[in-house]
Design a protein around this ligand. Structure first.
Ligand code: ZN
Length: 344
């Protein structure tokens, strides 16, 4: 049963600042209320068993356990928070419809404001988003400890764009170039208090099925809980092998991108090397909020990163991931129209 809550009255004042502080930003009539939906959260032990069985259909070796979250401030993560725990929730901000057929470059959001919008000010936020297109057209790998009373925000995000010198992937720390916590167009984010605690640990080796790790997790949940909506967020490392990614070009297309083929021809595709640190948000079933059901971006310490599709080396791939089920999803600035040309 959908139980969307209209926040428009409570959040009306800061609604007007939701799109950030860029002078190009406009508040349009399309900025709608935020919808909040309570997700189904199974017991972690139950979830462990479900994922163990489901992933065995897609990987030769699978070990799912309920474990302590490792300290994510350490190697190889270097996140600005220790863990994935404490009031986990996800948000789907904006959407592909703000990018295609023509980009709405004024769509810009701020992580500090998003943290308040998901009722967790000071949250640690990770996931997959687009960089603010007023600065650079790029894939964004958000890793932000948002500001709290007495503490400024810590932005450990990366972005990946096309290197104009050679057409290859160029990954940089966001804070090396910019001092804000903004993103543009769309974002699929997991927010929590950044605390340590119990999480679902997933170890898989050798892919035998056709699904990526993220799709395999999502399909497993969809199959086991067909009448419920569950979401997972977290991080995983592709420890061995290679992966297929894309990066948006630096320039938007001057022509409207109508079909999936148009979009794929515009995107730049690469095969990149492990180890890759991926941030992921997935939803088993859209409860009617026009949600993107999975989105994963990755970064590395060797200069490669972008939008993850799947590993390209099933015979030798190894994954190690940490996930938690989210308690709520917040749909922020939902586009009025859905665009089906492809996902970015
Ligand atoms: Zn993406």
């Amino acid at each position: 049963m959908r139980s969307a809550v209209c926040w428009i009255s409570r959040h009306l004042l800061h609604r007007h600042s939701l799109l950030g502080h860029s002078p190009t930003c406009k508040l349009t009539a399309g900025v709608s209320k935020t919808d909040k939906f309570r997700l189904y959260v199974p017991d972690l032990e139950e979830l462990r068993g479900v994922l163990q069985t489901g992933l065995e259909k897609n990987f030769a070796e699978v070990r799912v356990s309920v474990s302590e979250c490792p300290d994510l401030t350490k190697e190889p993560f270097h996140f600005p928070a220790e863990g994935l725990c404490g009031n986990p929730r996800i948000t789907d901000v904006g959407g592909v419809s703000y990018l295609f057929p023509l980009p709405q470059k004024d769509k810009e959001y701020n992580m500090n404001i998003i943290s308040k919008e998901v009722e967790l000010p000071g949250a640690f936020i990770l996931g997959a988003a687009a960089a603010p297109s007023s600065r650079v057209n790029a894939e964004l790998m958000p890793l932000v400890l948002t500001e709290a009373q007495g503490r400024p925000a810590v932005n450990s995000s990366y972005f990946a764009c096309i290197n104009p010198a050679n057409g290859q992937c160029l990954q940089e720390k966001y804070s090396d170039r910019f001092s804000d916590c903004n993103f543009g167009l769309l974002g699929n984010l997991y927010a929590c208090e950044g605390k340590s605690g119990k999480v679902i640990e997933v170890r898989t080796k050798r892919r035998t099925g056709g699904h990526s790790l993220v799709t395999a997790l999502r399909k497993t949940l969809e199959g086991c809980y067909p009448d419920k909506s569950l979401a997972l967020g977290g991080t995983f490392i592709i420890q061995k092998g290679k992966a297929k990614i894309h990066i948006m070009p630096r320039e938007f297309s001057v022509y409207p991108l109508i079909t999936s083929e148009d979009v794929n021809n515009w995107l730049k595709h690469f095969e990149v090397n492990a180890p890759l640190i991926c941030q992921s948000v997935l939803v088993s079933r859209d409860p009617g909020l026009d949600l993107r059901i999975e989105h994963t971006h990755c970064f590395s310490h060797h200069g490669e990163g972008g939008h993850y599709y799947i590993d390209t080396t099933p015979d030798c791939v190894e994954y190690l991931g940490y996930f938690l089920p989210a308690e709520f999803v917040y749909r922020i600035d939902r586009p009025k129209e859905t665009h089906g040309a492809g996902l970015i």
